[in-house]
Design a protein around this ligand. Structure first.
Ligand SMILES: C[S@@+](CC[C@H](N)C(=O)[O-])C[C@H]1O[C@@H](n2cnc3c(N)ncnc32)[C@H](O)[C@@H]1O
Length: 415
């Protein structure tokens, strides 16, 4: 681009140290596998993202894994942020952008729109929309300060209706968690265009890269991610079934269309000693379990994610905890959740399940059977996710798990 990003308000010394931080961030993005294309790397080397979050340390703004929360609601739920560079780079790679494209970003912040502007160049156009006027005002200030305002149009609106005035788009990148795909997003995308969206299916959110094929979307890449929840007409929050409540030690099931659990029975079961069942399947310490978990939710019907605070793990109430949640198979008053133990190889862990309640062992065995099935049949593969309009008859859907939402029928299948 012909501007010199970030130079308007920085001294020469600040600009030099920002450039060092950007270069280090780009090396981290490569190491994490989040970015590889030369044009993506160049964009991340260029944008002065720290100017969007003057409230945080400049070094923090360039940490690859660090998101900056910019707004929290009255219940303490994060509702706006500048996403972590790793997540932004991953989605931009998924979008496969080229110069001259028209792109819609849903959920604004500033830096990501600037990266998109770098990717589409002077002949391209970026539209960024946010439901929150505080956010769009902040994004506008950042884009003006860094010189990207010439290539980015900022709109304040509920993105449920897309932004028809600038459609059709070559790419739509959603940067807020969505439980459904509004028809406007499909219709405002060119046929063959790509929609990248953090889609929540049965409690699990994945950044899915879809290609539009008529009225249908078909995935070609799926990555683990976490995003703030959608607000406005598409709001669809998960409900928490709290199994254990003590200061800072909460354990809860996140319900997303799952049957109503028997909370008193499950809660009592959790306090009783559990039964471990081991699978013989091992994973590397750094190996992601996101495809396994997506397989488990395809294969098993009642598998909400169990969220537990680290303190609950330290007190021994649960044996495993993760901020994203751990799949837990529920069967009446019994439950079993995925866990792991060290093997003789210091970098490998064996997967298993810990069952609680009268049917705890059987439930753990069932979960372990599906861990073994994944290892045998699906390890190293990605699921295929398709989005069809609501009302599509079941016999016209691909085989697999179906997630019904108000606008769409989402299918998850495995090769
Ligand atoms: C993670 S932030 C966006 C981060 C941004 N893309 C960046 O530069 O990193 C998600 C944003 O989505 C916005 N949002 C939530 N619901 C929305 C809706 N229905 N329409 C448009 N924006 C929405 C929130 O206000 C929030 O600012």
């Amino acid at each position: 681009m012909d501007n010199v990003p970030g130079m308007t308000t920085e001294t020469g010394q600040q600009a030099t140290s920002a450039q060092h931080l950007r270069d280090a961030m780009v090396r981290q993005l490569i190491d994490l596998g989040a970015a590889r294309s030369p044009r993506v790397l160049a964009a991340f080397r260029t944008v002065s993202r720290h100017l969007a979050t003057p409230q945080v340390d400049m070094a923090k703004a360039y940490e690859a894994e660090s998101a900056t929360i910019t707004k929290t609601d009255e219940n303490g739920v994060d509702i706006s942020s500048v996403s972590a560079p790793r997540v932004q780079a991953m989605q931009i790679e998924q979008a496969d952008l080229a110069p001259g494209m028209t792109v819609l970003e849903i959920g604004s912040g500033g830096p990501n729109a600037a990266y998109l502007a770098e990717m589409v160049g002077d002949q391209g156009h970026v539209v960024t929309v946010d439901i929150d006027e505080d956010v769009t005002a902040r994004a506008e200030r950042f884009l003006a300060e860094t010189g990207y305002d010439r290539h980015v149009t900022v709109v304040t609106a509920d993105a449920e209706a897309g932004v028809p005035v600038h459609a059709p788009y070559d790419r739509i990148i959603v940067t807020v968690q969505a439980a459904d795909i509004p028809p406007a997003w499909i219709h405002q995308l060119k046929d063959g265009g790509r929609l990248v969206v953090p889609l929540r299916m049965r409690g699990m959110t994945r950044s899915v890269a879809f290609v539009r094929n008529g009225e249908r979307l078909v995935s070609d890449d799926i990555q683990l991610c976490g995003f703030v929840p959608m607000r406005g007409a598409g709001e669809n929050r998960m409900r928490l079934a709290v199994l254990h409540e003590a200061d800072g030690e909460e354990v809860a099931l996140r319900l997303d269309g799952h049957p109503e659990p028997d909370v008193p029975a499950l809660s009592a079961a959790l306090y009783e000693p559990g039964t471990e069942v081991w699978s013989g399947v091992t994973v590397g310490g750094m190996e992601s379990k996101d495809h396994l978990d997506l397989w488990l939710t395809t294969a098993l019907d009642n598998l909400p994610l169990m969220a537990a605070k680290p303190a609950a793990r330290h007190r021994g109430i649960v044996a495993a905890a993760s901020p994203i949640g751990i799949p837990a198979l529920v069967d009446g008053g019994s439950l079993a959740y995925r866990t792991s133990r060290r093997t003789d190889d210091p970098d490998r862990w064996e997967l298993g399940a810990l069952g609680h309640g009268p049917e705890g062992q059987k439930t753990a065995e069932r979960l372990v059977e599906e861990i073994q099935a994944w290892d045998r049949e699906h390890r190293g593969q990605q699921a295929r996710i398709e989005v069809h309009p609501a009302g599509t008859p079941s016999d016209r859907l691909p085989s697999g798990q179906v997630v019904d939402r108000p606008h769409t029928r989402i299918t998850i299948s495995w090769p």
